[in-house]
Design a protein around this ligand. Structure first.
Ligand code: FES
Ligand code: FES
Length: 216
């Protein structure tokens, strides 16, 4: 005769076991099979990638973790901290840079995807002793308070004027057959992806408008 099985459970074990059994029983067949399958193997292969691009006109080559965003590659890998990390989720625009002439949120793109690209960050737009007209206009119009959003605002503002000149319509463009007129509504709409927690929007608008008028 086989020895008796010890079936003593404490109350916590019993409740946990009952809940798990009830949950498993309620799952569809395919899903139930998954819960008992062996864990998926980790992918094999290199976890870093060499990438070369031109940043602010300089040829640059770095080795990046495959999961590293362009924003982190700039800030952590290259110590170019002009580009700011606000939300890290594509919601604030603080990380805006230009890639091949188009503005993007650098927190939403992987660095390893930019082999051969031309990247411009705020450091490449101008320096304190040689400011771009947009930077000078932000200073003149007090287009910032804490300044954290400002690099992204300036990169976006530069791109906005290029987009208008190129005839790329926005959500508020009325006549799609005529050259796009610069207006407060056009600028506000196109800059709407750049959030300023300090609320310097009126002054940012004034700065961009002045540059647009000067360059008209
Ligand atoms: Fe990239 Fe906010 S940090 S959008
Ligand atoms: Fe402070 Fe824009 S100036 S967030």
């Amino acid at each position: 005769m086989s020895p008796p099985v010890d079936i003593h459970l404490n109350r916590r074990d019993l409740m946990a076991g009952t809940a798990a059994a009830a949950l498993t029983a309620s799952l569809p067949g395919a899903l139930r099979a998954q819960t008992t399958a062996a864990p998926l193997p980790l992918p094999k292969g290199p976890t870093t990638t060499p990438v070369s691009f031109r940043i602010n006109g300089a040829e640059t080559a770095i080795e990046v973790d495959n999961r590293m965003t362009l924003l982190d590659a700039l800030r952590e890998g290259l110590q170019m901290t002009g580009t700011k990390k606000g939300c890290d989720h594509g919601q604030c625009g603080a990380c805006t840079v230009m890639v091949n002439g188009r503005r993007i949120n650098s927190c939403l793109t992987l660095a390893c995807m930019h082999e051969g690209d031309e990247i411009t960050s705020v450091e490449g737009i101008g320096q304190p002793d040689e400011m771009d007209p947009m930077q000078a206009a932000f200073v003149e119009h007090d287009g910032f308070q804490c300044g954290y959003c400002t690099p992204g605002q300036i990169c976006s503002a530069r791109a906005v004027l290029d987009e208008i000149r190129a005839g790329i319509p926005s959500h508020v463009t009325g006549d799609l057959t005529a050259p796009i007129a610069i207006s407060d509504a056009e600028i506000r709409e196109r800059m709407s992806g750049n959030i300023c927690r300090c609320g310097a929007y009126a002054n940012i608008l004034a700065a961009i408008t002045q540059v647009a008028e000067d360059q008209a």
